[in-house]
Design a protein around this ligand. Structure first.
Ligand SMILES: Nc1ncnc2c1ncn2[C@@H]1O[C@H](COP(=O)(O)OP(=O)(O)O)[C@@H](O)[C@H]1O
Ligand SMILES: [Mg+2]
Length: 271
Protein backbone atom coordinates (compact mmCIF):
# COMPACT_ATOMS: atom_id res chain seq x y z
CA UNK A 1 0.00 0.00 0.00
CA UNK A 2 1.32 3.40 -0.95
CA UNK A 3 0.71 6.47 1.22
CA UNK A 4 0.61 9.77 -0.64
CA UNK A 5 0.29 13.02 1.31
CA UNK A 6 -0.87 16.16 -0.49
CA UNK A 7 0.30 19.14 1.45
CA UNK A 8 0.78 22.89 1.31
CA UNK A 9 -0.30 25.23 4.13
CA UNK A 10 -1.56 27.70 1.55
CA UNK A 11 -5.31 27.38 1.04
CA UNK A 12 -6.51 27.16 -2.55
CA UNK A 13 -3.28 25.76 -3.97
CA UNK A 14 -5.06 22.65 -5.24
CA UNK A 15 -4.56 20.01 -2.52
CA UNK A 16 -8.11 18.70 -2.66
CA UNK A 17 -8.23 18.92 -6.44
CA UNK A 18 -5.05 16.84 -6.73
CA UNK A 19 -6.17 14.38 -4.03
CA UNK A 20 -9.61 13.68 -5.51
CA UNK A 21 -8.37 13.47 -9.09
CA UNK A 22 -5.63 11.09 -8.06
CA UNK A 23 -8.19 8.95 -6.22
CA UNK A 24 -10.44 9.02 -9.27
CA UNK A 25 -7.56 8.04 -11.57
CA UNK A 26 -6.50 5.13 -9.36
CA UNK A 27 -10.07 3.89 -8.91
CA UNK A 28 -10.74 4.12 -12.65
CA UNK A 29 -7.69 1.97 -13.39
CA UNK A 30 -8.86 -0.72 -10.96
CA UNK A 31 -6.91 0.14 -7.81
CA UNK A 32 -8.56 0.60 -4.42
CA UNK A 33 -7.69 4.10 -3.21
CA UNK A 34 -8.66 5.48 0.17
CA UNK A 35 -8.99 9.24 0.68
CA UNK A 36 -8.15 10.44 4.17
CA UNK A 37 -9.51 13.94 4.69
CA UNK A 38 -7.84 15.93 7.48
CA UNK A 39 -9.39 19.24 6.42
CA UNK A 40 -12.35 20.30 8.61
CA UNK A 41 -13.91 21.77 5.47
CA UNK A 42 -14.45 18.15 4.39
CA UNK A 43 -14.25 18.80 0.64
CA UNK A 44 -12.84 15.35 -0.15
CA UNK A 45 -15.54 13.68 1.92
CA UNK A 46 -18.22 15.70 0.10
CA UNK A 47 -16.73 14.72 -3.26
CA UNK A 48 -16.84 11.01 -2.39
CA UNK A 49 -20.45 11.34 -1.25
CA UNK A 50 -21.35 12.71 -4.68
CA UNK A 51 -20.05 9.59 -6.39
CA UNK A 52 -22.61 7.15 -7.76
CA UNK A 53 -22.65 3.49 -6.72
CA UNK A 54 -21.90 2.56 -10.35
CA UNK A 55 -18.61 4.48 -10.25
CA UNK A 56 -15.38 2.80 -9.15
CA UNK A 57 -15.19 2.77 -5.36
CA UNK A 58 -13.23 5.39 -3.45
CA UNK A 59 -13.34 4.79 0.29
CA UNK A 60 -13.11 7.92 2.41
CA UNK A 61 -12.09 8.51 6.02
CA UNK A 62 -13.22 11.76 7.66
CA UNK A 63 -10.02 12.12 9.68
CA UNK A 64 -10.96 15.67 10.72
CA UNK A 65 -13.90 14.40 12.75
CA UNK A 66 -13.37 13.71 16.41
CA UNK A 67 -15.33 10.65 17.38
CA UNK A 68 -15.19 10.21 21.13
CA UNK A 69 -16.93 6.82 20.95
CA UNK A 70 -13.95 5.11 19.30
CA UNK A 71 -10.18 5.32 19.51
CA UNK A 72 -8.34 7.53 17.06
CA UNK A 73 -6.54 4.50 15.63
CA UNK A 74 -9.89 2.81 14.97
CA UNK A 75 -11.28 5.91 13.34
CA UNK A 76 -8.28 6.14 11.01
CA UNK A 77 -8.02 2.45 10.18
CA UNK A 78 -7.52 1.76 6.51
CA UNK A 79 -9.39 -1.15 4.91
CA UNK A 80 -7.13 -4.10 4.19
CA UNK A 81 -7.93 -4.07 0.50
CA UNK A 82 -6.56 -0.52 0.08
CA UNK A 83 -3.81 -0.10 -2.51
CA UNK A 84 -3.24 3.62 -1.86
CA UNK A 85 -3.99 6.09 0.90
CA UNK A 86 -4.21 9.68 -0.30
CA UNK A 87 -4.08 12.18 2.52
CA UNK A 88 -5.75 15.55 1.93
CA UNK A 89 -4.45 18.06 4.46
CA UNK A 90 -5.88 21.35 5.74
CA UNK A 91 -4.71 24.86 4.99
CA UNK A 92 -2.54 26.58 7.59
CA UNK A 93 -1.07 23.29 8.75
CA UNK A 94 1.61 24.21 11.25
CA UNK A 95 5.17 23.01 10.70
CA UNK A 96 5.20 21.15 14.01
CA UNK A 97 2.58 18.72 12.63
CA UNK A 98 4.61 17.89 9.54
CA UNK A 99 6.65 15.02 11.05
CA UNK A 100 3.46 13.23 12.14
CA UNK A 101 1.63 13.98 8.91
CA UNK A 102 4.44 12.73 6.68
CA UNK A 103 5.90 9.97 8.86
CA UNK A 104 4.79 7.00 6.77
CA UNK A 105 4.44 8.87 3.51
CA UNK A 106 5.92 7.23 0.46
CA UNK A 107 5.34 10.45 -1.49
CA UNK A 108 4.60 14.03 -0.50
CA UNK A 109 3.01 16.16 -3.19
CA UNK A 110 3.14 19.94 -2.86
CA UNK A 111 0.82 21.76 -5.25
CA UNK A 112 1.79 25.35 -5.88
CA UNK A 113 0.20 28.17 -7.84
CA UNK A 114 2.15 30.64 -9.92
CA UNK A 115 1.85 33.75 -7.78
CA UNK A 116 4.29 35.66 -5.65
CA UNK A 117 2.51 34.80 -2.40
CA UNK A 118 2.23 31.13 -3.31
CA UNK A 119 5.88 30.89 -4.32
CA UNK A 120 6.85 32.33 -0.95
CA UNK A 121 4.61 29.92 1.01
CA UNK A 122 5.81 26.98 -1.04
CA UNK A 123 9.39 27.88 -0.27
CA UNK A 124 8.64 27.79 3.47
CA UNK A 125 6.72 24.56 3.09
CA UNK A 126 9.61 22.80 1.32
CA UNK A 127 12.05 24.15 3.91
CA UNK A 128 9.87 22.72 6.72
CA UNK A 129 9.55 19.37 4.98
CA UNK A 130 13.33 19.16 4.75
CA UNK A 131 14.23 20.60 8.15
CA UNK A 132 11.28 19.87 10.44
CA UNK A 133 9.88 16.69 8.92
CA UNK A 134 13.46 15.70 8.06
CA UNK A 135 12.68 14.30 4.64
CA UNK A 136 15.84 13.90 2.61
CA UNK A 137 15.92 15.50 -0.80
CA UNK A 138 17.54 12.44 -2.33
CA UNK A 139 14.81 10.17 -0.94
CA UNK A 140 12.72 11.05 -3.99
CA UNK A 141 9.69 11.52 -1.76
CA UNK A 142 8.84 15.18 -2.31
CA UNK A 143 7.44 16.39 -5.63
CA UNK A 144 5.95 19.72 -6.59
CA UNK A 145 2.94 20.15 -8.86
CA UNK A 146 2.75 23.49 -10.62
CA UNK A 147 -1.01 24.02 -10.60
CA UNK A 148 -3.41 26.26 -12.56
CA UNK A 149 -0.65 27.11 -14.96
CA UNK A 150 -0.86 29.53 -17.84
CA UNK A 151 2.36 28.87 -19.62
CA UNK A 152 3.32 32.04 -21.38
CA UNK A 153 3.25 34.24 -18.34
CA UNK A 154 6.14 35.88 -16.53
CA UNK A 155 5.01 34.57 -13.17
CA UNK A 156 5.07 31.01 -14.54
CA UNK A 157 8.68 31.56 -15.61
CA UNK A 158 9.55 32.78 -12.10
CA UNK A 159 7.83 29.77 -10.56
CA UNK A 160 9.92 27.42 -12.69
CA UNK A 161 13.12 29.32 -11.85
CA UNK A 162 12.26 29.19 -8.17
CA UNK A 163 11.54 25.44 -8.26
CA UNK A 164 14.89 24.86 -9.96
CA UNK A 165 16.65 26.53 -7.07
CA UNK A 166 14.95 24.16 -4.59
CA UNK A 167 16.22 21.03 -6.35
CA UNK A 168 12.85 19.41 -5.87
CA UNK A 169 11.35 17.78 -8.97
CA UNK A 170 8.31 19.26 -10.67
CA UNK A 171 6.31 16.08 -11.09
CA UNK A 172 3.44 17.62 -13.04
CA UNK A 173 2.33 20.87 -14.57
CA UNK A 174 -1.45 21.16 -14.45
CA UNK A 175 -3.22 23.81 -16.49
CA UNK A 176 -5.98 26.03 -15.30
CA UNK A 177 -9.03 24.18 -16.55
CA UNK A 178 -12.74 24.35 -15.86
CA UNK A 179 -12.81 20.56 -16.17
CA UNK A 180 -11.45 20.36 -12.60
CA UNK A 181 -14.27 22.57 -11.36
CA UNK A 182 -16.93 20.59 -13.24
CA UNK A 183 -15.49 17.22 -12.25
CA UNK A 184 -15.47 18.22 -8.57
CA UNK A 185 -19.15 19.18 -8.78
CA UNK A 186 -20.01 15.79 -10.28
CA UNK A 187 -18.01 13.62 -7.89
CA UNK A 188 -15.64 12.48 -10.63
CA UNK A 189 -12.11 13.27 -11.76
CA UNK A 190 -10.84 14.41 -15.15
CA UNK A 191 -9.89 10.80 -15.87
CA UNK A 192 -13.56 9.86 -15.64
CA UNK A 193 -14.70 12.55 -18.07
CA UNK A 194 -15.23 11.95 -21.75
CA UNK A 195 -11.82 11.89 -23.39
CA UNK A 196 -12.73 14.46 -26.05
CA UNK A 197 -13.49 16.87 -23.19
CA UNK A 198 -10.56 16.21 -20.85
CA UNK A 199 -7.81 14.66 -22.92
CA UNK A 200 -5.48 17.65 -22.54
CA UNK A 201 -5.91 17.50 -18.76
CA UNK A 202 -5.51 13.74 -18.53
CA UNK A 203 -2.22 13.86 -20.42
CA UNK A 204 -0.75 16.22 -17.85
CA UNK A 205 -1.08 13.53 -15.18
CA UNK A 206 1.28 11.11 -16.89
CA UNK A 207 4.53 12.47 -15.37
CA UNK A 208 2.93 12.40 -11.91
CA UNK A 209 1.78 8.81 -12.33
CA UNK A 210 5.26 7.89 -13.50
CA UNK A 211 6.90 9.58 -10.50
CA UNK A 212 4.50 7.91 -8.06
CA UNK A 213 5.47 4.53 -9.44
CA UNK A 214 9.14 5.21 -8.75
CA UNK A 215 10.43 3.64 -5.57
CA UNK A 216 12.00 5.65 -2.87
CA UNK A 217 15.69 6.11 -3.61
CA UNK A 218 18.08 3.96 -1.63
CA UNK A 219 20.16 6.21 0.55
CA UNK A 220 22.51 5.26 3.37
CA UNK A 221 19.73 6.10 5.82
CA UNK A 222 17.35 3.58 4.26
CA UNK A 223 19.81 0.66 4.00
CA UNK A 224 19.58 -1.50 7.11
CA UNK A 225 22.74 -1.89 9.20
CA UNK A 226 24.85 -4.79 8.02
CA UNK A 227 22.98 -5.16 4.78
CA UNK A 228 25.02 -6.15 1.75
CA UNK A 229 25.77 -3.41 -0.76
CA UNK A 230 22.93 -2.71 -3.12
CA UNK A 231 24.21 -4.52 -6.19
CA UNK A 232 21.41 -5.23 -8.61
CA UNK A 233 21.10 -8.94 -9.35
CA UNK A 234 21.04 -9.81 -13.03
CA UNK A 235 17.63 -8.78 -14.27
CA UNK A 236 16.38 -8.17 -10.75
CA UNK A 237 16.10 -5.55 -8.05
CA UNK A 238 18.69 -4.70 -5.43
CA UNK A 239 18.21 -5.98 -1.89
CA UNK A 240 15.07 -4.64 -0.32
CA UNK A 241 13.28 -4.72 -3.64
CA UNK A 242 13.75 -1.00 -4.18
CA UNK A 243 15.60 0.09 -7.24
CA UNK A 244 17.18 3.51 -7.50
CA UNK A 245 15.39 5.69 -9.99
CA UNK A 246 16.54 4.99 -13.49
CA UNK A 247 17.36 8.09 -15.43
CA UNK A 248 16.02 11.55 -14.78
CA UNK A 249 12.86 12.10 -12.80
CA UNK A 250 9.72 12.70 -14.81
CA UNK A 251 9.43 16.11 -16.17
CA UNK A 252 6.71 18.61 -16.40
CA UNK A 253 5.85 19.27 -19.98
CA UNK A 254 8.05 22.34 -19.67
CA UNK A 255 11.02 19.99 -19.80
CA UNK A 256 12.20 20.51 -16.24
CA UNK A 257 12.89 17.15 -14.73
CA UNK A 258 14.75 16.54 -11.52
CA UNK A 259 17.11 19.21 -12.63
CA UNK A 260 14.43 21.41 -11.22
CA UNK A 261 15.20 21.31 -8.46
CA UNK A 262 -2.52 26.50 11.62
CA UNK A 263 -3.98 23.80 11.47
CA UNK A 264 -6.42 22.01 13.66
CA UNK A 265 -4.26 20.27 16.20
CA UNK A 266 -6.98 18.11 17.65
CA UNK A 267 -7.99 16.85 14.25
CA UNK A 268 -4.44 15.92 13.42
CA UNK A 269 -3.68 13.82 16.48
CA UNK A 270 -3.12 10.47 14.83
CA UNK A 271 -2.22 8.53 18.00
N1 LIG B 1 -6.00 23.21 -12.23
C1 LIG B 1 -7.12 23.86 -11.87
N2 LIG B 1 -7.89 24.47 -12.78
C2 LIG B 1 -9.00 25.16 -12.43
N3 LIG B 1 -9.43 25.26 -11.16
C3 LIG B 1 -8.69 24.67 -10.19
C4 LIG B 1 -7.50 23.94 -10.48
N4 LIG B 1 -6.97 23.49 -9.31
C5 LIG B 1 -7.81 23.91 -8.34
N5 LIG B 1 -8.84 24.62 -8.86
C6 LIG B 1 -9.94 25.26 -8.13
O1 LIG B 1 -9.37 26.13 -7.14
C7 LIG B 1 -10.11 26.07 -5.95
C8 LIG B 1 -9.20 25.68 -4.79
O2 LIG B 1 -8.70 24.38 -5.03
P1 LIG B 1 -8.60 23.29 -3.87
O3 LIG B 1 -8.20 22.02 -4.51
O4 LIG B 1 -9.87 23.27 -3.06
O5 LIG B 1 -7.42 23.90 -3.00
P2 LIG B 1 -6.95 23.50 -1.51
O6 LIG B 1 -7.48 22.14 -1.20
O7 LIG B 1 -5.46 23.57 -1.55
O8 LIG B 1 -7.52 24.56 -0.60
C9 LIG B 1 -11.25 25.10 -6.18
O9 LIG B 1 -12.39 25.82 -6.52
C10 LIG B 1 -10.77 24.27 -7.36
O10 LIG B 1 -11.84 23.79 -8.14
MG1 LIG C 1 -8.70 21.41 0.37
Amino acid sequence: MQRIVVLNPKGGSGKTTIAINLASYLAARGDKPVLMDFDPQGSSVRWVKKRKPTQPLVHVIAAFEKDTRTTRAFQLRVPEYATHVIVDTPAALEARYLPEMTRDADKVIVPVLASDIDIHTCSNCIRDLLLVAKIRRDDNRIGVIANRIRRNTLIYQSLIRFLHTLHIPIVATIRDSQNYVRAAELGIGVHEMKSYVAQADVEQWLPLVDWLARPRAITPATIPQGAPPAVPAAGGSPPGGAAPPAGPAPSAAAGNADDAPAGTPAALAIA
